[in-house]
Write a new protein. Structure first.
Length: 239
């Protein structure tokens, strides 16, 4: 099933809890030990980080409201990306480095396997000859759906906080047996079952978008924290 994260709503953030929902498969390392793990290049949002307004008054006015909401969101994203551009923040590179470090810290021998980073879903169930020379025991496929900052609404009571949504799946080499499948969401906005939810650090809170755009160094630190926490949680799922 091809799952795509669309829309500006909370349900859009919790993509695996709706149309993309699939059962969680916890990893039993004792039953199926993995020593050499081939880690695919993670799927990553091609547009970069977002300043997501999860709910706005425009959404209640049908098609016209949807168009207005889309224009508002596009403007927020553009301003946010422009504001952090001088920081040279390479979220994708940092995520990959932190992910590999977290896995090595859990005792895995990690080999990198090149894959398209603009993909929005896992690769086919069998990973064929990716990193075949290393003879991996399993493949880890990760998709970052969206990341950046999110506000639940437009009031001061709904400030912008960092968020990041990750889907991950580990598949046994030489077949299609899924050894682990889960979702990790940093700052999920709502409490629900079916994913690992991580509470955001209160140090990175911006009352409104203008304050977010005005402090790009702090904004980048918040996204760094989200990456650190999510990659560590991924390592914990595979411990």
């Amino acid at each position: 099933m091809v799952c795509r994260l669309k829309g500006l709503t909370v349900l859009g953030l919790l993509f695996l809890l709706s149309a993309c929902a699939v059962p969680v498969i916890p990893y039993d390392r004792g039953a199926t030990p993995v020593k050499t793990l081939a880690v695919l290049s993670p799927g990553w949002p091609t547009a970069g980080p977002t300043a997501l307004l999860a709910s706005s008054p425009a959404q209640g006015f049908g098609l016209v409201g949807a168009l207005v909401g889309a224009a508002i969101q596009a403007n927020l994203d553009s301003k946010f990306r422009d504001s952090i551009a001088p920081q040279n923040f390479d979220g994708q590179g940092i995520f990959r480095t932190k992910m590999i470090a977290a896995l090595k810290a859990r005792g895995y021998e990690v080999v990198e396997a090149s894959a398209r980073t603009d993909r929005t879903d896992f690769l086919a169930d069998s990973y064929g000859n990716l990193a075949a020379d290393a003879k991996p025991d399993a493949y880890l496929d990760c998709i970052v759906a969206r990341f950046g900052y999110v506000a639940a609404g437009v009031s001061d009571a709904a400030p912008y906080r960092p968020f990041l949504g990750l889907r991950c799946r580990m598949t046994q080499a030489g077949g299609s047996t899924v050894l682990m499948r889960d979702t990790i969401i940093y700052n999920p906005l709502v409490n629900a079952a079916g994913f690992v939810g991580l509470s955001p650090d209160p140090a990175y809170v911006f009352t409104n978008s203008e304050l977010l755009f005005a402090d790009p160094a702090k904004a980048v630190m918040g996204m760094q924290d989200a990456i650190d926490r999510v990659t560590d949680a991924l390592g914990t799922l595979l411990k």
